[in-house]
Design a protein around this ligand. Structure first.
Ligand code: NAD
Ligand code: DAU
Length: 356
C-alpha cells in the first residue's frame, strides 16, 4: 500500500511525511516541485528509507501525475502542494494562480482518471485529501464567533482567493463526478522546518541575528496558532475516518495578537539564549508599514473534528512554542542553508522602504 503526498518537502508536508513513516509501513510517494519553499534537507533524517520515494515535479504536470498514479497505485492522495505565503502573493500572484488553481485542477483531473480505473475495494477506499486554510473564510471582527465549516467564503488576498478556488474545484469534483474527496481548513501552523519568511521563524532568526523584528501595522492582528504536528495528526485522522465530501476545520483554540507572539518569542529567547550585551530581544521590535489588505482576525471553531472524529491537539501553545524555539536553536545549520540568495532577495523586496 502507498499514499501520494504532494508538497512533501515543504514545512507541513515534510512534518507529515516524517510523522507518517513513524507510525505506518505504507510507502509515501512524495511529489514536490522544490520551489524556494521546498527543501529536501527537511527529509534528510529518512536517509535511504525505501518507504519514501521522492519525485521532483509539478502537480500541474498531468502526464507525470497520471504516470505516478498508474505505477504506484496509491490508496490516497494528500495535497499539500501550494504557494503558501500571503506577502509573496501580493508581490506576484501569478504563481499562486498557476499552482493553487491550475495545479489543483490538473491533479483532480489525473485523480479522477485514476479513480475511474480502479475497481472494488480499491475504488471504494480511495481518498483525495485537500489541505486548505482558514484564510478562505476572510477576516473576523473582534466579537465575531469563530469560523465554522459553514462560514461563507470571503478570501481577501491573492493567496486566499487561489486557495478558495482550489477548495471549490475539489468540492465540484465530488459533487459532479463523485470523486471521494476530503477538505481540511487549518489555522496558522508553527514548528520545525518552517521557512523563515513566516512570522514565528522570522522573529526567531532575526532576533538571533541582531536584526529588527518587523511587526506589521499596530501588531494587534489576531491569528489562531496550532503546532504543526497536531495539524498532521488531524489530517491522518480525517484521512482515516472523515466522511467523503465533507470539510473539517482544524485549529488549536489559541488566538493571539501578533505583538503578543513576538513578545513571547523575545522573552523565551531571553531565557534560552540571552543577548551577549545584556539587553532584551524585545528592544529589536520595529513597527513597519502594514500588509496591504491585512486580515484582522482569524479564529477556527474546531468542534466538528473533535466531536465527529475525536481529534484534539496534543500541544498547548506554551509547550509547542518552547519545542519550536529549541528546534531552531539546535538547527542553526538548517537555517543557514535555507538563507540562500533567493531568500535574501525576498527580504530585500518585502521589507525595503517599509519602515514606518
Ligand atoms: P510551504 O510553502 O512550506 O510548502 C509548499 C511545498 O509545495 C513546497 O515544498 C513546494 O516546493 C511545493 N510546491 C509548490 N508548488 C508546487 C507544485 N506546483 N507542484 C508540486 N509541489 C509544489 O507550505 P506549507 O506552509 O507547508 O503549507 C502546505 C499546505 O498547507 C498549503 O496548501 C497551505 O495552503 C496549507 N496551509 C498552511 C498553513 C500554514 O500555517 N503554513 C495553514 C493552513 C493551511
Ligand atoms: O491562517 C493560515 C495561514 O497562515 C496559511 O494559510 C498560510 O499559508 C500561512 O502563511 C499563514 O498566513 P499568515 O499571513 O497568517 O502568516 P504569516 O506568518 O505571514 O503572518 C502571520 C501574521 O504576522 C500576519 O498577521 C502578518 C504578521 N507579520 C508577518 C510577517 C512575515 C508581521 O507582523 N511581520 C512579518 O514580518
Amino acid at each position: 500500500m502507498s499514499i501520494l503526498v504532494t508538497g512533501g518537502a515543504g514545512f507541513i508536508g515534510a512534518n507529515f511525511v516524517l510523522d507518517w513513516l513513524v507510525q505506518s509501513d505504507e510507502t509515501v510517494i512524495n511529489l514536490d516541485l522544490l520551489t524556494y519553499a521546498g527543501n529536501r534537507e527537511n527529509l534528510s533524517s529518512l536517509g535511504s528509507d525505501g518507504r519514501h520515494v521522492f519525485v521532483q515535479g509539478d502537480i500541474g504536470d498531468s502526464s507525470l501525475v497520471t504516470q505516478l498514479l498508474a505505477k504506484h497505485q496509491p490508496r490516497a492522495i494528500v495535497n499539500f502542494a501550494a504557494e503558501s505565503h500571503v506577502d509573496r502573493s501580493i508581490h506576484g500572484p501569478e504563481d499562486f494562480v498557476q499552482t493553487n488553481i491550475v495545479g489543483t485542477f490538473r491533479l483532480l483531473e489525473a485523480a479522477r482518471g485514476y479513480w475511474n480505473s480502479l475497481q472494488g475495494d480499491a475504488k471504494q477506499g480511495f481518498r483525495l485529501l485537500h489541505v486548505s486554510t482558514d484564510e478562505v473564510y476572510g477576516s473576523l471582527g473582534k466579537d465575531d464567533t469563530a469560523f465554522t465549516e459553514t462560514h461563507r467564503y470571503e478570501p481577501n488576498s491573492p493567496y486566499s482567493a487561489s486557495k478558495a478556488a482550489s477548495d471549490h474545484l475539489v468540492r465540484a469534483y465530488h459533487h459532479t463526478y463523485g470523486l471521494p474527496v476530503l477538505t481540511t481548513n487549518c489555522s496558522n501552523n508553527y514548528g520545525p522546518y518552517q521557512f523563515p519568511e513566516k512570522l514565528i521563524p522570522l522573529m526567531i532568526v532575526n532576533a538571533l541575528a541582531g536584526k529588527p523584528l518587523p511587526v506589521y501595522g499596530d501588531g494587534q492582528q489576531i491569528r489562531d496558532w496550532l503546532y504543526v504536528k497536531d495539524h498532521c495528526s488531524a489530517i491522518r485522522r480525517v484521512l482515516e475516518a472523515g466522511k467523503v465530501g465533507e470539510t473539517y476545520n482544524i485549529g488549536g483554540w489559541n488566538e493571539k495578537p501578533n505583538i503578543e507572539i513576538v513578545q513571547l518569542v523575545c522573552s523565551l529567547l531571553d531565557e534560552f539564549r540571552p543577548r551577549a550585551d545584556g539587553q532584551r530581544y524585545s528592544e529589536q521590535i520595529t513597527y513597519v508599514t502594514d500588509r496591504p489588505g491585512h486580515d484582522r482576525r482569524y479564529a477556527i471553531d474546531a468542534s466538528k473534528i473533535a466531536v465527529e472524529l475525536g481529534w484534539k491537539p496534543a500541544e498547548t501553545f506554551d509547550t509547542g512554542i518552547r519545542k519550536t524555539l529549541e528546534w531552531y536553536l539546535e538547527n542553526q545549520d538548517w537555517v543557514a542553508h535555507v538563507q540562500s540568495g533567493s531568500y535574501r532577495d525576498w527580504v530585500e523586496k518585502n521589507y525595503a522602504g517599509r519602515a514606518a
